[in-house]
Design a protein around this ligand. Structure first.
Ligand SMILES: CC(C)(COP(=O)(O)OP(=O)(O)OC[C@H]1O[C@@H](n2cnc3c(N)ncnc32)[C@H](O)[C@@H]1OP(=O)(O)O)[C@@H](O)C(=O)NCCC(=O)NCCS
Length: 215
């Protein structure tokens, strides 16, 4: 029998929760599983999220500091377009952020190899009721399969009651498309912010914004 908060269908189920109080329960539901959030909508102080099993089966991991070597392996396979202010490599910046505890990593793990195939990190700013998304990356061999979208959707569900901010560069179409799908809009543009003179876009998303991931 489905619990009252779960309505099962053949391929997906609906999970209702209150983001602040039920955060740990939702995290436990997602952690180690291959569940893809398909859609979410706010109904009063509850969120109704539709989740489906991911056919490709990569479990979601919330990363602890001892995952450093697997994060490094993925990060070193990725090319970022650095901002002019970056003083170290993106891998060192990313690992420093995780080591000092301000940033938190989430990733999808390939079952066969236990390698990370997609990763994002984020920083919680409690005083602003805001989440900042930092690095997002998918291994070049696994792009275009919806992996970073799945990570973004999972993070949004966990912090549905908070505003979000993120930046990307103007010509990064995959990232811009993923962000637009989740209701992020550009609030600032900083020209010549990248080593090649590229414009950086700053985007935000209001707390409680619903999303369809499957459309
Ligand atoms: C940006 C990046 C993380 C996307 O990861 P991904 O797992 O391939 O992304 P997804 O498969 O979830 O696709 C996201 C969106 O991009 C689209 N997309 C994927 N590959 C694309 C491509 N080559 N060209 C245009 N759009 C593309 C997808 O269709 C999807 O859009 P949709 O939701 O409208 O269909 C990945 O390309 C990457 O690691 N790039 C290098 C690092 C980087 O630039 N990170 C972002 C910095 S903020």
């Amino acid at each position: 029998m489905p619990s009252p908060e779960m309505e099962q269908t053949a391929a997906s189920h609906t999970h209702r929760y209150r983001p602040p109080e039920d955060g740990e329960r939702l995290r436990a539901l997602l952690e180690g599983k291959a569940l893809c959030p398909l859609a979410a909508v706010c109904q009063g102080d509850e969120v109704e999220a539709r989740l489906a099993p991911c056919p490709s089966g990569e479990p979601l991991r919330f990363l602890s500091p001892d995952a450093e070597e697997t994060i490094r392996a993925l990060s070193e396979a990725i090319r970022f377009l650095p901002k002019v202010t970056w003083k170290t490599s993106h891998t060192e910046m990313l690992l420093n952020g995780l080591r000092d505890g301000r940033w938190h990593g989430m990733a999808l793990e390939q079952q066969k190899t236990a390698n990370l195939v997609s990763y994002l990190d984020y920083c919680l700013r409690e005083e602003l009721n805001e989440v900042e998304i930092g690095f997002c990356m998918t291994h070049p061999d696994h792009r275009g399969r919806g992996l970073v979208s799945r990570l973004l959707a999972s993070l949004l569900l966990l912090h549905f009651h908070r505003d979000f901010r993120v930046s990307t560069h103007e010509s990064n179409l995959p990232m811009s498309r993923a962000l637009a799908r989740f209701g992020f809009t550009v609030v600032e543009e900083r020209p010549r912010d990248r080593i090649n003179g590229e414009t950086t876009l700053y985007l935000t998303r209001k707390a409680g914004t619903g999303f369809p991931l499957e459309a």
